[in-house]
Write a protein that binds this ligand. Structure first.
Ligand code: SF4
Length: 364
């Protein structure tokens, strides 16, 4: 498979690993923000290939994992309203909220259906004119433009029974909050590839400039990640902190201006609550007043109780990069992908699922 195999060539990987070993002298901790990178790092055993001077920690870049219990409870409460169909990406189905999950709600009689895109949800709304279809809008800057487009399409085609529960999150404010907390000291950031394809690499300029932390945008193949780590090591060893791109086939400095315009037309920044981090100003996306008729939060009365966290689950600490799944007493015996206690074990991009699937005993 051309284009994929090229980014998995063992001779090139070996050359990058040698370069990293030769150049790395300073002890550093690099965070990969994105759950997709976490999966690549574990699947290809990249932690074990790096010198002992480099510690990799996983960050909060898994949209399902950072969705707070309060938001999950809202989605479940919506599912319980008669006449509502919930349309959602599959990962959300099994994530436990405070007292239930969408899967449980479905088993109890709610109508929860999996879709692959917001456009599928619009189609569902057209086919079910006597119901209200609520699409669960989760994800980062990567998915928000497509969901904005779906709202514009629903408006244009007068699909009045289509609504979105916007739980979107914006990545740069979350990284800033983590850095400002001072809990985890980083010497480099593996910046998310797909998010940066939309935002542009400039979105990370403030980290290099104001925090003095080298940033490199990475793709998702093993060579991408190794190249990214090599570039971060090079910056550290030469005393630089800049934003560089190791994923030039997907990311430009200015990003995707059309996608950004779409997002800005339909959404406005709002506070959002991240699991483990709490409320972060300007880190969420609220549907603008002009499109309020498509906003599930305005159309329906949603009542939820006080959110309850799962006893013993340390997803919040893992998402902040201060603990690993191996620090969780429930990991692998009580909490497994078959019986997940927290979202980091449910999501295919969750750190606990990556540790469980690919073995996390090495590298911490
Ligand atoms: Fe939560 Fe399970 Fe991960 Fe522990 S192993 S932090 S319970 S998801």
């Amino acid at each position: 498979m051309k284009f994929i195999d090229e980014f998995r060539r063992s001779d090139l990987a070996q050359a990058l690993i040698s370069r990293i070993h030769q150049r790395s002298r300073t002890s550093v901790r690099f965070m990969e923000f994105c759950g997709g990178h976490t999966v690549t790092i574990f699947r290809y055993g990249i932690r074990q290939l790096l010198p002992h001077t480099i510690e990799m920690v996983s960050g909060p870049g898994c949209p399902v994992c950072v969705t707070s219990n309060a938001d999950l409870d809202k989605a479940i409460a919506l599912a319980e309203i008669p006449g509502v169909i919930i349309a959602t990406f599959g990962d959300m189905f099994k994530v436990p909220g405070s007292r239930s999950s969408l899967q449980q709600a479905n088993a109890d009689g709610a109508d929860v259906r999996m879709v692959y895109s917001a456009l599928d949800a619009i189609q569902m709304a057209r086919k079910n004119p006597d119901k209200s279809v609520v699409f669960l809008g989760i994800g980062f800057e990567t998915t928000a433009p497509a969901i904005a487009a779906s709202i514009l399409q629903a408006e244009e085609q007068r699909v009045e029974n289509y609504h979105v529960l916007s739980m979107h999150k914006l990545c740069p404010p979350a990284i800033q909050a983590i850095l400002d907390s001072g809990e985890v000291k980083l010497q480099g950031l593996v910046c998310p590839g797909h998010v940066s394809a939309v935002t542009g690499s400039r979105a990370w300029d403030f980290i290099a400039r104001d925090y003095g932390i080298p940033c490199v945008v990475s793709g998702f193949e093993p060579l991408d990640v190794l190249q990214c780590v090599a570039m971060l090591v090079e910056q550290v060893e030469s005393g630089r902190s800049e934003v560089e791109i190791a994923y030039s086939r997907g990311v430009k400095a200015d990003g995707n201006t059309e996608a950004l315009k779409l997002m800005d037309r339909v959404f406005e920044p709002a506070p959002a609550t991240w699991r483990g981090v709490g409320e972060i100003a300007g880190s969420g996306l609220k549907i603008r007043d002009e499109y309020g008729e498509f906003d599930a939060e305005r159309v329906f009365t949603i009542e939820i109780g006080q959110p309850i966290e799962h006893g013993g689950c340390i997803c919040g600490e893992i998402l902040r990069g201060v603990s690993t799944p191996l620090d969780c007493n429930l990991f692998s015996h009580v909490c497994t992908p078959q019986r997940p206690v927290g979202p980091c074990m449910v999501s295919s991009e969750g750190t606990c699922a990556a540790y469980y699937s690919y073995g996390g005993a090495v590298g911490g």
